[in-house]
Design a binder for this molecule. Sequence first.
Ligand code: PLP
Length: 389
Amino acid sequence: MTHQNYSFDTRSIHIGEEPEYLEGSNNEVVAPIVLSSTFARKQVTNHGRFEYSRTSNPTRLALEKRYASLEQTRYGLGLASGVAAETLLLFTLIKPGDHIIGFDDLYGGTKRLFNLWKEQYDLQVSLVDATQADLIEKAINSRTKLVWLESPTNPLLKVCDIAAISEIAHRHNLLVIVDNTFLSPYFQNPSVLGADIVCHSITKYIGGHSDAIGGAIMLNDDTLYGKLKFNQNALGMVPSPFDCYLVLRGLKTLSLRMERHQSNAMAIAVYLEGHPKVERVYYPGLESHPQYTLNAKQTSGFGGMVSFEIKGGEKEAVQFLESLELFTLAESLGGVESLIEHPALMTHSSITKKERELAGIKDSLIRVSVGVEDKTDLINDLSQAFEKI
Ligand SMILES: *Cc1c(COP(=O)(O)O)cnc(C)c1O
């Protein structure tokens, strides 16, 4: 039996974990955590389905099948972290002196990685406001290889038109990579919109419980998949079987979690928008969001991330953050527990102040990863912290 034709909710539970998924399985209902680093063979020159766990491992393979199914691509790759996935993509796709175009509001760690590539391999990077698709086209030159997008972005929740940008990029023979971490495949499938490669930090919503670091790449192209698979093995960026198990388990509730993240996030965004101590709220589910209509066109939801500017500056933001009791002051996002952070001093401190200012990340900006707790408890906590400033 294969479950490929079932709906997302069903696939997120079953794909890769069909009891007969492995030859020689014991019909387990849950994919076993196969710890073996190596696999015995009968003939010297022929290995069985598995050879060595850096190359491929049964628990990882179950997860990779699910990744591909959820992003509606032919192939999925599981990696040791989101950044490992990005590193593998840059290593495989970029030659010294190449040029890439990125959204100016990309994840801070992605920009840091681009900076390493600039130093080591003379990578040329143009970061542009991809909310205007024509700025992408203007940035293209004869050395451009690819366009790197997120939608919505981190932390300003800016939205770009993935289909329109993919159309522009393909006219110029460029690849489009979309980091789909923020919405997860539950709300958005970039490959269906025209992107060539989708990547994720599965550390966030896909894993969903803040207990595993991992990354994923999903794509349709056979040749590129072969290269990525070869290079991943050569470079060694693999996740552990235990982490793969945690993600297989986390994925079973992805739909339920995303619905709750979203309804809580909407309630908090509306609350913040009406609060006198709030300057501005960023949430693609609010009609006040500049790309509300575009986002609604390409996704089936808005996700669980909300950012806002508190009135005042760094002092007020820090005072507010340190007064919270239920929200955990921590980097990362996408887990069942609500996390809150100060991008300028935390997640985005690795990029220069000048770059932050260019991208519009103010010292009064606060980013919230809304968890799945009771929304009244969350709003009450925000209220008591506002009263302290
Ligand atoms: C966290 C994150 C990454 C990096 O992933 P890791 O799993 O931490 O290596 C990349 N992109 C986005 C959008 C992220 O939020």
